[in-house]
Design a protein around this ligand. Structure first.
Ligand code: SF4
Ligand code: SF4
Length: 376
């Protein structure tokens, strides 16, 4: 099956590094050949390497040589859980002049090979989709020195909502240098924790994050929507990095079997997920969206999940009014040390979606342009 979405040639040169992970048996049944064939369709991929053990010193030296020899400007790793070795690859890439946030990873081992070992075909199809989403993410990434909130000062209306929702004291309201309103928002990069709750609270969409930006996250949603499978259940899972995504990695490490008919997007906090993205996904044909974050009092960012909880209740109501069953959207709280809970939540959600049947909007080619307009 060819990639059906648009693959614009952005002129970027991406180095892609697969780890076949000969140090564990988790990847034994994974179809690396198919993913490599698919990756070659992307014009931005300048180098592909398949390493038996990417975390060895030889592979890191190979990466450094490639950056120099092929003038690579972005690196995508198809390896194990990002928390294990991503930092080493980022450090090596920084030494060679690539910004650390232009280096990212797709988790082949725990979140594809291990959890879908009983369904190699499902894993193969999912790997292609996750790869396309990872490419959408890395190609839209911009160099940065830290993850923090930013504001388009020329469009801030001074409503103070971001100032109110930020419980880290990272936002001050300062005099408007353009003289349009009395005060405008001014996030302090040093105090910002990077949760993104302010960004999704801004009523006029003039906030963003330096890393894991709106463009990067929504780009992954778009990539998912371009590759919906008419003959399968298409569930989209948003998982916060610190809780649900860690639980997902742990589920892989334990080899817990999980239904492959879902695609995952990692965000730093569940409060970073824009309700518009959920509505966009279901109105364009996703069979359901599952949002996963840490349990109350467990949120890495203290209260990001509480914001999510109150905001997302409205989504169900809206979906019911749109003629979509609100049950197609669910929020689940899973802590990092609860891999069984993660597996249960995902498996149950997909099973329930199958009982609901396909999204009735799937065949309608529904547009979601009103949200796009509002964002401009
Ligand atoms: S991203 Fe989070 S910590 Fe940073 S300014 Fe926004 S709400 Fe505050
Ligand atoms: S929520 Fe948006 S519009 Fe309101 S003060 Fe903050 S940045 Fe400005």
């Amino acid at each position: 099956m060819r990639y059906e979405g648009e693959i614009p040639n952005t002129g970027d040169k991406v180095g892609l590094y697969f780890c076949e992970c000969h140090s564990s048996q988790l990847c034994e049944r994974f179809d690396f050949d198919d993913l490599e064939t698919f990756a070659k369709e992307f014009p931005q991929i300048a180098v592909i390497r398949r390493e038996p053990k990417m975390c060895g010193e030889g592979s890191i030296n190979q990466l450094k040589n490639d950056i120099k020899e092929h003038s690579l400007d972005r690196i995508l790793l198809a390896t194990c859980a990002p928390d294990k070795h991503l930092e080493e690859f980022r450090t090596a890439s920084v030494e060679m002049g690539i910004n650390r946030y232009l280096v990212d990873a797709i988790n082949i081992r725990e979140q594809l090979a291990a959890i879908h070992a009983n369904d190699p075909e499902g894993a193969r199809i999912k790997a292609r989709d996750q790869f396309a989403m990872a490419m959408a993410n890395i190609l839209k990434a911009k160099p940065a020195n830290k993850v923090f909130a930013i504001v388009d000062e020329t469009r801030c209306n001074g409503c103070e909502i971001c100032y109110t929702v930020c419980d880290k004291g990272a936002i001050s309201m300062v005099p408007d240098p353009y003289g349009r309103v009395q005060k405008i928002s001014h996030p302090d990069p040093e105090k910002c924790w990077g949760c993104g709750v302010c960004v999704t609270s801004c009523p006029v969409n003039v906030m963003d994050m330096t890393v894991y930006s709106n463009e990067q996250l929504e780009g992954q949603v778009d990539s998912f929507l371009e590759r919906l499978h008419p003959d399968r259940t298409n569930a989209l899972v948003f998982a916060c990095h610190w809780c649900a995504y860690q639980a997902a990695d742990a589920a892989g490490a334990k080899g817990l079997p999980i239904d492959p008919d879902f695609r995952i997007i990692r965000s730093l906090c569940s409060g970073r997920i824009d309700p518009d993205w959920v509505l966009k996904a279901v109105s364009r044909g996703a069979d359901g969206v599952l949002l996963m974050g840490g349990k109350p009092n467990q949120c890495h960012f203290k209260s990001g999940n509480m914001r999510t909880m109150s905001r997302m209740k409205l989504i169900k109501l809206l979906m019911d009014q749109m003629g979509l069953d609100g049950h197609r959207f669910r929020v689940e709280w899973v802590n990092p040390d609860e891999p069984e809970e993660y597996a249960r939540a995902v498996n149950e959600f997909i099973k329930d979606l199958r009982e609901l049947g396909p999204n009735p909007f799937k065949s309608l080619d529904t547009d979601y342009s009103h949200a796009q307009q509002r964002k401009k």
